[in-house]
Design a protein around this ligand. Structure first.
Ligand code: BJW
Length: 242
């Protein structure tokens, strides 16, 4: 059986109306990374950090998957190969697209969806590390569901300096895969930026970049296709499915 590993980044959700990080008008134009996406920032100014993630969590109620998410969902559902969809995104647009076509990672034994940088719709107790489904705002007064104390809940997000989630599973998929497709990511943030190198050096998979523009690691990929995700993703997946 073959294995396919797909990495997605903010570019796949851009045409759904969610800002990327490093493009013009991206999230880091209005917020300094150090102020909102580090454990130190949360310790120093929890209200600012919670407000940043509350605003983005609320946005999820408005956004819908675009044709890139839907093409990926249909492609995954049609596979009899193992597919690991590894997303750096903390939105739920892959899940929404899966639901729209009647697929789910819970029910499909061939399909694993990994949120390596966490999920906006979850919160975590900073003491016990217990994770909860969370759709509402979190304030410094919100009581944690496990210890019932205020000030302990944090967004279930991987900040700079923290270990991304499910790394053992991810590296196993990268080394095992026959095809690695990277979609909508600038290749600036590690360890995700190093995945293509991992496949080239320690794996066997064909490597493909689908992005608006060449990423930082573009020259490591064997095959590249550039343009908006809503165009290049359906086009590339149709080509390999044929
Ligand atoms: C489109 C499009 C359209 C637009 N269609 N495409 C020095 C050297 C090397 C590493 C380090 C270093 N100093 C520190 C580090 C480590 C650090 C790091 O990488 N820093 C760099 C800045 C240098 N990394 C970490 O700290 C990570 N942890 C870690 O390394 O732990 C140790 C470890 C060791 C060994 C193994 C494993 C672990 C943690 C990183 C956490 C990242 N967190 C964030 C924020 C939290 C989530 C959130 O708030 O949403 O995650 S940062 C932010 O960047 C977010 C994203 O997931 C991540 C990646 O961004 P992405 O998706 O690539 O977005 P953009 O905006 O950069 O790019 C979008 C792309 O789309 C562009 O190319 C556009 O062209 C394209 N595009 N429209 C198609 N319509």
């Amino acid at each position: 059986m073959k294995t396919i590993a797909i990495l997605t980044g903010a570019g796949v959700s851009a045409e759904s109306g969610l800002s990327t990080f490093r493009d013009n008008n991206g999230l880091w134009c209005n917020h300094r990374v150090e102020d909102v996406a580090t454990p130190e920032a949360f310790a120093l100014n929890p209200k600012l950090v919670q407000d940043f993630y509350n605003m983005r969590r609320a946005q999820l109620k408005e956004v819908r998957p675009n044709s890139a998410h839907l093409a990926l969902a249909k492609f995954v559902a049609a596979q009899k190969h193992k597919v690991f969809l590894i997303t750096q995104n903390v939105d739920n647009l892959h899940e929404q697209a899966d639901k729209a076509i009647g697929n789910s990672a819970q029910d499909n034994p061939y399909y694993t969806l990994i949120h390596m940088h966490g999920e906006l719709r979850k919160a975590r107790c900073s003491v016990s590390d217990e994770v909860f489904e969370w759709d509402d705002d979190i304030t410094t007064e919100t009581r944690c569901s496990c210890c019932n104390l205020p000030g302990r809940l944090r967004p279930h997000i991987v900040w700079f300096g923290e270990m991304p989630l499910h790394m053992d599973l991810i590296y196993h998929a990268l080394r095992d895969c026959d095809l690695f497709i990277s979609i909508g990511t600038s290749g600036n943030v590690y360890p995700a930026a190093g995945f293509v190198q991992e496949v080239r050096m320690n794996g066997k998979g064909h490597t493909v970049e689908l992005n608006m523009e060449p990423s930082s690691g573009h020259n490591i990929f064997a095959e590249k296709l550039y343009g908006p995700a809503t165009q290049v993703v359906p086009k590339y997946l149709a080509k390999i499915a044929a």
